[in-house]
Design a protein around this ligand. Structure first.
Ligand code: 13P
Length: 260
């Protein structure tokens, strides 16, 4: 089928620290990563700390090969939105990436595809690289609805978005996300590859085939040193979005090293 759609590209490994780490702990982890990964070439690396740690981590990582991302943002640049953080604010702190539509935000904060669509458009407008998270839950997988869900999410989230040059898509099957449990199983490399290929096929239907070939599709869900090599060697898996295993410098560094 569409196996010729993928091209070889530099992989992107992103740490999603979720709601973990104080400022001091974040800076310590960033410093350890900076040292462990300073010689890594041919791989793109980013960390996404909590909002409170973005500025100090940005300073800590200055001049390093590790980029910065935020875990969320509002779609307006300013205004009466108590408790929210805007695209221009995170850009100002040195963020290159922003995670949009993570399943934990969809589940716990009622984010739906139309809100995610607004956030994606705002991120792109502000020169940020959004990492759009999509994925099915266990029940949907059992009902063989995975492809329908992925296609629906992509169509809704990308509605009206003309250029996806700066977009990263993260396939995160919800059932594979560790929620802090290090024994949680990841998707198999065959299942993950099948979904990634399907996502690329959907993108080639919405945009040009060339766009589909070049869009980065990264995998998230219990990615760890033990399974990184096999998942990241699949032709349509262009990197990883790492939760639990990114909270430890050594294990995240091992995943980065497995990406080449
Ligand atoms: P885990 O790596 O802990 O499964 O988390 C994945 C994830 O949700 C990254 O955004």
């Amino acid at each position: 089928m569409h196996s010729a759609l993928n091209v070889k590209m530099i992989k992107l490994i992103v740490a999603n620290w979720k709601m973990n780490k104080t400022v001091e702990e974040s800076c310590l982890l960033a410093n350890e990563l900076k040292n462990l990964l300073k010689n890594e070439k041919n791989v793109d690396i980013a960390v996404c700390p909590a909002f409170t740690s973005l500025h100090p981590v940005s300073k800590e990582l200055k001049g390093s090969n590790i980029k910065l991302g935020a875990q969320n943002m509002h779609f307006e640049n300013s205004g009466a939105y108590t408790g929210e953080v805007s695209p221009s604010m995170i850009k100002d702190l040195g963020c290159e990436f922003v995670i949009i539509g993570h399943s934990e935000r969809r589940e716990s904060f009622n984010e739906d595809d139309s809100l995610i669509n607004k956030k994606l458009a705002a991120a792109l407008r502000n020169g940020l690289k959004p990492i759009l998270c999509i994925g099915e839950n266990w029940e949907q997988r059992l009902n063989e609805e995975t492809e329908d869900i992925l296609e629906y999410q992509l169509l809704k989230c990308l509605s009206g978005i003309e250029s996806i040059k700066d977009l990263v898509i993260a396939y995160e099957p919800i059932w594979a996300i560790s929620k802090g449990n290090p024994n949680q199983k990841a998707a198999t490399k065959a299942d993950a590859e099948e979904s990634h290929l399907f996502i690329r096929k959907v993108i080639s239907g919405i945009y040009e085939e060339e766009t589909a070939k070049n869009v980065r599709i990264i995998y998230g869900g219990s990615l760890k040193p033990e399974n990184a090599k096999e998942l990241l060697s699949m032709p349509n898996i262009n990197g990883g979005l790492v939760g639990n295993a990114s909270l430890n410098a050594k294990s995240f560094a091992e995943i980065v090293k497995a990406a080449k």
